[in-house]
Write a protein that binds this ligand. Structure first.
Ligand code: IFM
Length: 445
């Protein structure tokens, strides 16, 4: 496919609909000499933790090459750029600001604002300072208060030069992948660990929101959640019931407390010893009014009744067709997700804060003809269009990602970028998808 197109009258073609690209600090920045060690530095040292045995030491060398990356944003002519602040770059171990680290982001934000590109900042995209992990990380309730202090200091430093602050990116991944099944940093295992970490992250979100309201009332404040819509593997009643539990465990566990101040039934039904450590007022703190909800969407999954005692559901392998990372391509699930969230909750405006595909890109004669990724973007943007037509309020869309980067446990082997990065030379090349995205943006009214 050569182009990304939308129906001529689509609200997604209005200039007011925000288009951007997204990245995160650990995945692109490198320059580890000027920041504290984080949990991903340590995790990468564990044998076989990362598919290609790589790490984030250099990544896209973005701290040194950010001006070149900024030029890419100008070339694409995006309205907004979503990036994350590395907590270990802007804070010291004593909980004070590190002025050199702050200056890096101040300079970037100033450059963005000078060209009318809205800075969308994520305050936590998984790179917890290691010294806090050494004190228990997200298993330690105190980490939520450390986050509150970090948000206080950094939001006072950056102020309302930031258009939009998101407290967290994908708490599910930090809690479940990092503390429950251990495939992400810090590599801890155990059901209760996952639940405890999730609760403390949600608490930190609520504390962070209160600080943002006080320090930067003119900036937008919200959270970014990832959703993997759950579908039953069959129409049989047990599979349908198990699928509901999977949805509560994976998706609503984060959405419901943030929006309504309560956990879903699947959590409340656990034996008391297996429930998260909820203290008085926690749920009220977690449930703060949001200016926006960030929705990250990539794929869906199928479920059936559990095969083993003690399990809540059985998760199936992804169906075909898949992207290069093995995730099913099923754009319809994005439409169904948005309309079902709209039906179930009283939502603030939504931004699709991440959507994109890892594809097996080849750089040939200076070009990357990623027609498969162009098709992915075309199909998914059209599903956002359909959802908006049904009344869902979506204010913008961010392609994941601006650059090929460090894809966590997959290392550098899975490429999500609109821009190809040669990790030997750091040369950047616009892929066909970047050109198609640019053309879509240029076609707006
Ligand atoms: O690369 C990640 C990103 O950091 C968080 N959301 C999913 C992306 C693709 O796995």
């Amino acid at each position: 496919m050569n182009s990304i197109s939308l129906p001529a009258n689509s609200p997604l073609l209005k200039k007011s609909f925000v288009y951007g690209t997204a990245t995160s600090s650990f995945q692109i920045e490198g320059d580890i000499a000027h920041r504290l060690t984080c949990i991903w530095d340590k995790f990468c040292e564990q044998p076989n933790a990362i598919a290609d045995h790589s790490n984030g030491d250099i990544a896209c060398d973005h701290v040194n090459r950010w001006r070149e990356d900024f030029e890419l944003l100008l070339d694409l002519d995006v309205d907004a750029y979503r990036f994350s602040i590395a907590w270990p770059r802007v804070m010291t171990e004593t909980g004070a600001l590190n002025p050199q680290g702050v200056l890096f982001y101040q300079t970037l934000i100033e450059a963005l604002n000078s060209k009318g590109i809205k800075p969308f900042v994520t305050l936590y995209h998984w790179d917890l300072p290691q010294y806090l992990e050494d004190k228990g990380g997200w298993l330690n309730r105190q980490t939520a208060y450390e986050f509150e202090n970090y948000v206080d200091k950094i939001s006072l430093a950056l102020g309302e030069t930031v258009y939009s602050y998101a407290t967290f990116n994908e708490p599910f991944c930090s809690a479940y992948l990092g503390y429950e099944i251990g495939v992400h940093a810090p590599g801890k295992h155990g059901r209760n660990n996952g639940r405890t970490a999730a609760h403390h992250i949600l608490l930190a979100h609520g504390l962070g929101m209160k600080v943002l309201r006080k320090n930067v009332p003119g900036s937008q404040a919200g959270i970014v959640l990832n959703f993997t819509p759950c579908y039953p593997a069959s129409n049989n009643a047990e599979d349908i019931a198990a699928t509901k539990k999977a949805d509560e465990y994976i998706n609503q566990w984060y959405m419901q407390p943030v929006m309504e101040g309560s956990y879903p039934d699947v959590i409340n039904a656990l034996p008391e010893t297996d429930r998260p450590p909820i203290e008085a007022d926690d749920m009220d703190i977690i449930c703060q009014p949001l200016d926006f909800l960030g929705v990250n969407f990539y794929t869906r999954l199928h479920y059936s009744a559990p095969k083993e005692a003690g399990e809540l559901f059985y998760e199936h392998e992804h169906r075909q067709p898949t992207t290069d990372i093995g995730w099913e391509i099923y754009p319809q699930a994005l439409y169904e997700l948005l309309t079902s969230l709209h039906q179930r909750y009283t939502l603030p405006p939504i931004y699709i804060t991440e959507n994109g595909a890892a594809m097996a890109d080849k750089l040939e004669n200076g070009e990357v003809n990623d027609d498969d990724r162009v098709a992915y973007y075309h199909q998914h943007l059209n599903m956002v269009h359909e959802a908006v037509e049904k009344g869902v309020k979506v204010s913008g869309y961010f392609a994941w990602s601006l650059l090929d980067n460090f894809e966590w446990a997959e290392g550098y082997e899975k490429r999500f970028g609109l821009v190809y990065v040669d990790f030997d030379t750091q040369k950047r090349t616009l892929k066909k998808s970047a050109k198609a995205y640019k053309a879509l943006l240029a076609s707006r009214r």
